[in-house]
Design a binder for this molecule. Structure first.
Ligand code: ADP
Length: 381
């Protein structure tokens, strides 16, 4: 919150300072324009005074036209029609006029129009340049500030995710260890029937399996992240793997499976099993005890795997993010479940390494479908 406020303050400061700078530059240009106009005006006045003086000295008697140029000020006074020039001084202003024999004309002394247009063009060009520069600088600095903001947010989010990760890992390790300890202590301290003892031992093994799965996931994620994981390349039966997985889950949850025969792929059996296992674990965790469906079929030389649940579903805007390392949806329902945010990271990396793709589809009426596509291994091809 504080950081956001600081960010808004910095943006506002930049906006105001650039606005002020641009305003000053524009103001400066306007002043320069006015002072150049004034110089031209002064030149014009000087020109008028000079004509008045000439008229006093009777210098207009020459039959030739007199062309007066004040070069420095670019003033032109065309006196080719001038016959007689006289002046009077009226309310502190000189009036310069000339008369021909038969009629009376005001003497027209003008600043060259081209000169005025040039001045105006320079002013407009400058205004455009300053505005453009201000816009460009604002955009660049804005992008810079946004970049810093984004990076800080990223670091903040990563930090938070890593803290969450540590918390959940500790929790995930502690729970099975604690229950295993309790189970084993019960076995040791009580006289139990064989049946009861076996039941407690089975539960201990399940807890050990859970620990094993967690450490395997962490290890694999670390190896993938450091590019250390050596992907195996053998052809194997996806049908067998899926049937095996489905059978083991059928004991725990309501799971139905439709598995096509003789579907083979090329790749790393171990990590593909971990990946599909992660999807099944998620279907249980976020499935709200709904039935789970698994499907394996083939289409256009592709093996298609579907894992469907009818649980809490995944919002559209979360669908890309959940494949990121440590990412967990910040949802009350999700926060209550255990997890490290590594499962889907492993799944996506694995599927892509196998030249396949993974897609999330909304299940109807609710829940999630994960659809995996893998190239089929066809013998003798
Ligand atoms: P974990 O389950 O350990 O949190 P994952 O990487 O497996 O980590 O999943 C990341 C996040 O994606 C989960 O925290 C959850 O929010 C969401 N998610 C994954 N699978 C499902 C699902 N089947 N239904 C709803 N949300 C899911």
């Amino acid at each position: 919150m504080k950081f956001k406020l600081l960010f808004v303050f910095v943006i506002a400061y930049i906006f105001v300072s650039f606005g002020w700078l641009t305003f000053s530059l524009l103001n400066f240009s306007n002043k320069e324009y006015s002072s150049q106009l004034q110089i031209l005006e002064v030149g014009k006045q000087a020109c008028i005074l000079r004509l008045i003086e000439m008229s006093k000295n009777d210098e207009f008697n020459s039959p030739n036209a007199i062309d007066i140029r004040f070069k420095q000020a670019e003033i032109e006074a065309d006196t080719s029609l001038l016959n007689k020039f006289f002046s009077n001084y009226n309310y502190g202003v000189y009036q310069a006029s000339y008369s021909r024999v038969d009629s009376f004309y005001e003497l027209d002394i003008t600043i060259r129009p081209g000169q005025l247009a040039d001045l105006e063009l320079t002013l407009n060009n400058r205004i455009r340049l300053y505005l453009f520069q201000a816009f460009l600088l604002f955009i660049l600095v804005g992008l810079g500030v946004y970049g810093v903001y984004y990076s800080v947010q990223m670091i903040y989010r990563l930090n938070k995710q890593q803290n969450n990760f540590l918390l959940s890992v500790t929790h995930e390790l502690k729970t099975p260890i604690a229950s295993m300890k309790l189970l084993l202590q019960t076995i040791r301290s009580r006289a139990l029937s064989d049946e009861k003892r076996n039941e407690l031992l089975d539960k201990s093994v399940m807890n050990a399996d859970r620990l094993n799965e967690l450490t395997e996931n962490m290890l694999t994620a670390m190896q993938i992240e450091n590019d250390n994981y050596q992907y195996g390349k053998e052809s194997f039966s996806l049908t067998d793997m899926m049937e095996n997985l489905a059978d083991s889950y059928k004991m725990r949850v309501d799971l139905s499976a439709r598995i096509e025969d003789d579907v083979n792929v090329l790749g790393d059996r171990f990590i593909l099993r971990i990946s599909i296992n992660n999807l099944l674990e998620n279907a249980i965790k976020y499935g709200n005890d709904s039935p789970i469906e698994v499907e394996l079929k083939t289409k256009d030389k592709k093996a298609l795997i579907f894992v469907k649940d009818q649980g809490i579903g995944i919002e559209d805007q979360e669908r890309k993010k959940i494949f990121k390392k440590f990412y967990r949806v910040e949802d009350e329902e999700v926060r209550d479940t255990k997890g490290t945010g590594l499962g889907l990271f492993i799944v996506k990396e694995t599927i892509e390494k196998h030249k396949g793709s993974i897609k999330i589809i909304s299940n109807e009426p609710k829940g999630t479908i994960f659809r995996i596509e893998l190239p089929l291994y066809i013998k003798n091809e």
